[in-house]
Design a protein around this ligand. Sequence first.
Ligand SMILES: [Ca+2]
Ligand SMILES: [Ca+2]
Length: 136
Amino acid sequence: MPSAGGPKTFTDTTTGGTNVLNGSCALSDTAKEIVYEWTPDKTGTATIETCNATLTKYDTVIYARDACPLPAPAGNEITNSCNNDTAACDALGLPGKASKSSFTVTLNTTIYIVVDGLNSAVPSNGAYFLKVTPAP
Ligand SMILES: [Ca+2]
Ligand SMILES: [Ca+2]
């Protein structure tokens, strides 16, 4: 995952992902996840989001951890990084069910961004859009 420059966007699917991680803000331990490694090039407030009413196609949960969480959970979830639902942050046919969070990142300190799903959603995995906005 690139670290330099402005916002980065990704499209992928959690359907083939691992199934080992859980976010603190919403039960997501039985939903599959995809993890991105990111090393910020600035200290400040970064934002991660799956808001996209076309490309995100299930009820996402997102969060970030401070150590490589695969193949087994490691480190800690980063404060304020976990989000399940955000108003006006839409998935396809699911208003307000995509995810967005802003939290503090530190120059050259690698974090691990997790795109996960809500256990109780049907389906709890699928196609998603992820946008990572570095600190200004
Ligand atoms: Ca999970
Ligand atoms: Ca959600």
